[in-house]
Ligand binder design. Structure first.
Ligand code: ZN
Length: 93
């Protein structure tokens, strides 16, 4: 698969790690591009705090945050290959 830029390739490799990451997810029934940040490593215990805390934050993207290509257009053949639906908030994790 050809990536639009090196930054997007690295962001996709980060999916599920304590980093910023991008991936596609089926939501609700077509693919969306998700930019996600995880504050904790996958096996980390949640920190003790009485304050509300978000350990995972995400937003949907239309354009690559680095080079600006229209994602659905550029990756129209690769939506399934980029799929990490299980990592998306509200998808059972
Ligand atoms: Zn790009």
């Amino acid at each position: 698969m050809k990536f639009c830029c090196e930054t997007f390739r690295r962001l996709h490799e980060n999916a599920g790690l304590r980093e910023f990451a991008v991936f596609t997810a089926r939501y609700p029934d077509s693919f969306v591009f998700v930019l996600q940040n995880r504050a904790l490593d996958p096996e980390a215990l949640p920190p003790f705090t009485e304050s509300p805390m978000s350990s995972v934050s995400e937003m949907l993207l239309n354009y690559c945050p680095s080079c600006g290509v229209t994602l659905k257009q550029f990756y129209c053949e690769d939506l399934t290959e980029l799929d990490k639906s299980a990592l998306k908030l509200g998808m059972g994790r």
